[in-house]
Design a protein around this ligand. Structure first.
Ligand code: 5GP
Length: 114
């Protein structure tokens, strides 16, 4: 996994991104290398490296991130369906060491994902 936490730099506005949502808990912005017509990343402001680092105290934050995913899916007109993905650590395909939800839509997705 890359050691450099690019997403902290996005939160700090040290590097630009196309932010579409921001609140006290999280940010959402378009993925720089989209894998679908809609590909948005939702990230917590809190530094949580991976899904496997979540703790009981994060339960409210997690609920919030999911509800933002629902809100953005509506806003981005993904009424016919979408996919939410969390890659965890090396074998899960995670490349940025800061928890993020991928919200993807605008095309058909298949299973298993590969
Ligand atoms: P992961 O592989 O960790 O699950 O997903 C990381 C995602 O972050 C990838 O889809 C990648 O395209 C995206 N990404 C990496 N660097 C940047 C960046 O600087 N800006 C934006 N907007 N997305 C990035």
């Amino acid at each position: 996994m890359l050691e450099d936490n690019i997403f902290l730099k996005i939160i700090a506005r040290q590097i630009p991104s196309q932010i579409i949502h921001e609140d006290d808990w999280c940010l959402a912005f378009h993925d720089v290398n989209p894998q679908a017509p809609v590909h948005v990343l939702i990230i917590p402001r809190k530094e949580i490296p991976t899904h496997g680092d979540l703790v009981d105290a994060d339960v409210e934050l997690l609920g919030h991130l999911h509800l933002i995913a629902v809100k953005l899916a509506k806003q981005l007109k993904l009424d016919d369906g979408y996919r939410v993905v969390i890659n965890c650590r090396d074998r899960g395909g995670q490349t940025v060491p800061h928890l993020h939800f991928h919200l993807m839509g605008g095309r058909d997705f298949h299973w298993p994902p590969g």
